[in-house]
Each structure stands twice: as C-alpha cells, then as structure tokens.
Design a protein around this ligand. Structure first.
Ligand code: BG6
Ligand code: MG
Length: 217
C-alpha cells in the first residue's frame, strides 16, 4: 500500500519550470548557443552545473571552473529576479486539496527537488510546513536521474521506497523515481514521459483514488 507521496517542485507544484527555461535561454543567447524549449526537456530536473555543462556542450565550449561558477551565478540571479513575484497564488490548482486529502488519510508528503532554491520557493508558496520531509539539491551529491534525492526523501519520511509514489514533470525525474524503486507518476505529456506508470496533464488531475489504485498495482 501507499504510505508516502514524494513530489518534485519545479513544474509539478508551481510554474517555475518556465522561469528556469527563460533564464537558461537568456544565458545561451548571450553565449551564442542555440537553445530551444524542446532542448529544455532534457534539462528539466537536471541540477545547475549539469544544465550549464549541457548547454556549453551544445556550443562546443569547455570553460574553467571559475567561468562556470560565474555563469551559474548569473543564471541564478536572473532566475531569482524572474520568480521575485511568487506568492501562494502561484501554487498550481489542486495542490492544496490533494495535500489535504493525503494528510487526512495518513499518507506522508515529501519533496525531492533538484533545485538549491527549493526551500525559498516552498516558503514563498506558503507550503513549507505541509511537508513531512524536504530533500533538495543542498542535501545530495548525485543529481537526477540518480535516485539519491528520492531515496533521501523516503528515508527522511521513514517509509520504504516500495511504499512511495514519486510525482515528476521531468524525464530525468521519472528515471530517478524508477531507479529508487518507487512508482512514478508523470505530469505533462505521456509521449515525453514514457517511463511513468501513468501521466496526468496537471497535478489537479491526481486524486487520492488514483493514488491508491497505483499503489495496489
Ligand atoms: C530543477 C529544475 O528542479 O532544478 C531545473 O527542473 C533547474 O530546471 C534545477 O535547473 C536546478 O535549480 P537551481 O535552482 O538549483 O538552479
Ligand atoms: Mg520539475
């Protein structure tokens, strides 16, 4: 049975995925490297350094550590500027109701985010206190698709991975959930997120009933 649901943050609980894209796009433009929304699917769920190196590689560039650090700082400053307006209104529809249902049924709620800004974002969304455990890029060594961040969340929740469901909008995230031995629910396009057990268009389409159904299977 199902004892915990572990959510990704960017693109699952709120619309920040698009701001990560805008900020990476601006950086790629400045470097003269082509970068499309289609390319960005590969970068969803990938951590900051991994994302930068993917873009640099597209342009055939290899930079020093200091140069990489400067570009990451620049991208993050731009990203923080873009999300400066975030309030509880930016929580996707259905999240509050789903969280309430999960709590009422004794199912724990975890976060597994590749972002170093996760704590800030959940604070601004007004949901920080809803999580039984938060795992993010500050607590792990290996980035998605490595399962580390999901396994850390499960450990923090005190629930074995086989009793956890993971919810992700990213290819790398679905792979991480599967490698963690959890059941993967995708948010977005079923053609993109082919490794998921089931894909819903938005988090609003997830109900407690379908969560329980996935746990039986
Ligand atoms: C992930 C996003 O959640 O976090 C990526 O899907 C992003 O797009 C990554 O690059 C790292 O975020 P941050 O906030 O640590 O730069
Ligand atoms: Mg995401």
């Amino acid at each position: 049975s199902c004892r915990a649901v572990i959510f990704d943050l960017d693109g699952v609980l709120t619309d920040t995925a698009i701001y990560h894209f805008y900020a990476w796009k601006a950086l790629a433009d400045a470097l003269g490297i082509a970068f499309t929304e289609h390319d960005n699917e590969q970068l969803k769920g990938v951590d900051r350094l991994g994302s930068l190196r993917w873009i640099l590689q597209q342009g055939g560039l290899t930079l020093s550590g200091a140069e990489e650090a400067r570009l990451m700082q620049q991208k993050n400053a731009h990203y923080l500027e873009l999300i400066d307006h975030i309030t509880p209104d930016n929580l996707y529809p259905g999240v509050a109701a789903l969280f309430a249902d999960l709590k009422q049924h004794g199912i724990k709620i975890g976060l597994a985010s590749a972002s170093k800004n996760a704590a800030f974002v959940v604070e601004r969304l007004g949901i920080a206190a809803q999580f039984d455990y938060i795992a993010d890029a500050n607590n792990v060594v290996n980035s998605k698709p490595d399962p580390e961040v999901f396994l850390l969340a499960a450990k923090g929740l005190g629930v074995p991975p086989e009793h956890c469901i993971g919810v992700e909008d990213a290819l790398a995230g679905i792979e991480a959930i599967n490698r963690a031995g959890m059941k993967a629910i995708g948010i977005g396009d079923a053609k993109v997120l082919s490794g998921a057990l089931k894909v819903y268009p938005t988090v609003q389409a997830i109900t407690l009933v379908n969560i329980q159904r996935h746990c039986l299977g």
